[in-house]
Design a protein around this ligand. Structure first.
Ligand SMILES: Cc1cc2nc3c(=O)[nH]c(=O)nc-3n(C[C@H](O)[C@H](O)[C@H](O)COP(=O)(O)OP(=O)(O)OC[C@H]3O[C@@H](n4cnc5c(N)ncnc54)[C@H](O)[C@@H]3O)c2cc1C
Length: 415
């Protein structure tokens, strides 16, 4: 039977998938394999999780969730999804500072590609990681913590260093947010006030379908204070009914809006854990630019609005604060990311991406590692200061290329 990723656009070539039930089994599997790779929840849109050998899913490892209240951190099994333990953190008085748009994604897989939410003060989900437990190529269990010279290279590790069986995440005190949606922000208002708009809440997402000279929705997630924008805001109007980011989709799948306060884990994601996330029939791409270039990048893309619009279900502009992780697309620069949820027409999307990448190239664009992009290795390499260091680290931890795959071989030379 053909196994695919979540979106169904990638048929895995891997010979099979192992589902170990304890870490010792992971160690044995890795030690005896020539080619092997961790598979998370399969939410990536390219071949990053594939291998010519066998995949290892950690979904059946014991669901370890160890909260250390004194140290404000939690250690979780790598195969857990954020939605599996977020309520427990909240009940214990803790929170993660940021989450992606849906809670169904595995922690280890999200961290491996630099997955992020939004907020000018929020870094990626990987930035919360303070420790990793990794089964490396020889089958040994390596524990590595923040402060080790290799750590910042290994966190956003693209699955290249081994199988991450557990991660320790920094926690903050739990908090509440309320979510407001604003409709129809005129493009000229966005262009003039983009930095203010993107900083208008704890987490802000701006959505457009590129079908009109407007940004269709702005989602502002913030504490319910008098500072929340009023019902009219830069030419946009506060919505009086719940919205879905994709026009025409049922808003019941989305987290609670209309300003009703609730705990962080039920407001930061756009989609609810108990519903099929997003649209289900889609492809995705995402490009990161320096936050200061967000309007210039928007204008560059706007020149091909007519070509994008027929393929776009929705496009989301988010912000990510700079972080020190070598291969994070937000490495060392405050970023804005242009995310695209496409219709599931692979040939048409792959034909358009090079045009978009060319238009965005003046902004030293970095693509999301887990989504579709077509930039070549030289282009991506030029956009990261620590690329060569990452390659050296890959060569040192996995000299025989046990964890490599076609995707890693295309972008990295192990030295
Ligand atoms: C509907 C939808 C919404 C999304 N929303 C967002 C969003 O809001 N923000 C964002 O940034 N991205 C988003 N993404 C992209 C997604 O977060 C990334 O592609 C992420 O890497 C997927 O994680 P996964 O667990 O499914 O990993 P997979 O796709 O299974 O694997 C991704 C990579 O992680 C590695 N990996 C997985 N598990 C381990 C492990 N235990 N040890 C070592 N390496 C491992 C794999 O080998 C592979 O290299 C979204 C994707 C979908 C489908």
């Amino acid at each position: 039977m053909v196994r695919t990723n979540w979106a169904g656009n990638i048929a895995f070539e891997a010979r099979g998938v192992h589902r170990p039930t304890d870490v010792d089994q992971v160690r044995e599997l890795v030690a005896r394999s020539e080619r092997v790779r961790a598979l998370g929840s399969g939410h990536s849109f390219n071949r990053i999780a594939d291998t010519t050998g066998e995949q290892i899913s950690l979904a059946e490892l014991p669901p370890r969730v160890q909260i250390d209240a004194d140290a404000s951190c939690v250690t979780v099994a790598g195969g857990l999804r954020y939605g599996d333990f977020a309520d427990r953190l909240h009940a214990a008085g803790f929170a993660l500072p940021t989450l992606g748009s849906l809670p169904h994604i595995s922690v280890a897989g999200a961290v491996a590609t630099g997955t992020h939410g939004s907020g000018v003060g929020n870094r990626s989900l990987a930035a919360s990681v303070s420790g990793l437990e990794v089964v490396t190529a020889d089958g040994e269990l390596l524990e590595i913590r923040r402060g080790h010279p290799d750590f910042a290279g290994m966190v956003v590790g693209l699955g290249g260093f081994g199988v991450v069986t557990a991660l320790t995440l920094d926690l903050v005190p739990t908090f509440e947010l309320a979510q407001y949606v604003y409709d129809r922000l005129p493009a000229e208002d966005f262009a003039e006030h983009a930095q203010e708009i993107l900083a208008a809440g704890y987490s802000v997402s701006v959505f457009t379908t590129w079908r009109a000279d407007q940004l269709d929705q702005v989602w502002v997630k913030g504490p319910r204070t008098p500072d929340v924008p009023g019902p009219r805001w830069f030419g946009a109007t506060r919505a009086d009914a719940p919205r879905h980011p994709v026009p025409g989709m049922d808003a019941r799948h989305c987290t609670t809006q209309l300003g009703e306060s609730g705990p962080w884990q039920h407001r930061l994601p756009h989609f609810r854990m108990d519903f099929t996330p997003s649209t289900g029939r889609e492809l995705q791409s995402e490009y990161f630019v320096p936050r200061t270039d967000v309007v210039a990048a928007y204008r560059a893309l706007d020149t091909i609005r007519d070509r994008m619009a027929p393929l776009v279900q929705t496009c989301e502009i988010r912000t990510i604060a700079a972080e020190p992780l070598w291969l994070s697309p937000a490495a060392e620069r405050d970023s804005a990311a242009f995310h695209f949820t496409w219709i599931d027409d692979t040939p048409a999307v792959l034909a358009l991406l090079p045009v978009m990448e060319e238009l965005l190239s003046p902004f030293a664009t970095r693509p999301h590692w887990g989504k579709l992009f077509t930039c070549d290795a030289a282009t991506v390499r030029a956009r990261y200061d620590r690329y060569a260091d990452f390659e050296r680290l890959l060569g040192r931890y996995d000299p025989a290329g046990k964890f490599t795959n076609e995707f890693l071989d295309r972008y990295f030379t192990r030295s």
